[in-house]
Design a binder for this molecule. Structure first.
Ligand code: G6P
Ligand code: MG
Length: 217
């Protein structure tokens, strides 16, 4: 039996939300906008462009297209500074065990991320070679909750959408997986990800037997 296993990156494999937060917060400060961790929650799974639009809306600011582009560049530069310091220790608990289990059982593995920095991050934490395909923010025209990223991720590993399983930590990502007609597994809180088919606080709570049942059913 074969299923396609599609992983989101930020918040599923590594906790980069804290770096996105620091970078957005610095930028918001420069615009005199108060940006809190609570607002940062709402940016999970949201593309870079859309994130800046939201921050500007929250802060009641309108800016020129030129400044918008400049700020996007600045945010990413700041973010890349944090990424450059990452290493294997930032891989979230039990992610290596789950990847290993799937590989041992010859299941195709794909990445489906909104981030344009996905490859850089996977390289930094040394797990890029575990993925049979990588689909990221550079490959899509429509952001989550649109299913595009996951549909391409499935295609790249030659799997039908209904034979795919998606691991996601964001509301928009779970919506995208559901819209793609895939099994959605929320990684995080049930309160936030109640629309997923299954929810686990993190991978330490996901047994090999559960993975086995996904492969066999
Ligand atoms: C992920 C993160 C978002 C981020 C988006 C784009 O979905 O959860 O917070 O805005 O990727 O990331 P990028 O690295 O391209 O700015
Ligand atoms: Mg995520």
């Amino acid at each position: 039996n074969k299923k396609g296993f599609i992983f989101d990156l930020d918040g599923v494999i590594v906790d980069t939300a804290k770096y996105h937060f620091l970078a957005w917060q610095k930028l918001a400060k420069g615009l005199d906008i108060n940006f809190t961790e609570k607002e940062n929650e709402q940016l999970k799974g949201v593309s870079r462009v859309r994130s800046l639009e939201k921050i500007l809306t929250w802060g009641n600011k309108t800016i020129s297209d030129q400044l918008f582009q400049d700020l996007m560049g600045k945010k990413n530069e700041e973010y890349l500074g944090y990424i450059a310091e990452m290493d294997d220790s930032e891989i979230l608990p039990d992610v290596p065990r789950v990847l290993q289990y799937l590989k041992t059982n010859k299941q195709p593995i794909s990445l489906g991320s909104a981030s344009k920095n996905a490859r850089t991050i996977l390289e930094r934490v040394h797990i890029i070679s575990d993925f049979d395909a990588i689909v990221d923010g550079n490959d899509v025209s429509k952001a989550k909750p649109d299913p595009e990223v996951f549909l391409i991720a499935a295609k790249e590993i030659n799997m039908k959408p209904e034979d795919c399983i998606v691991f996601e930590d964001s509301v928009a990502g779970v919506e995208a997986a559901n819209a793609a007609n895939m099994i959605s597994i929320g990684i995080g809180s049930k309160d936030v990800l109640g629309h997923a088919d299954y929810v686990f606080n993190d991978f330490t709570e996901m047994s090999d037997d559960f993975l086995k049942s996904l492969i066999e059913n």
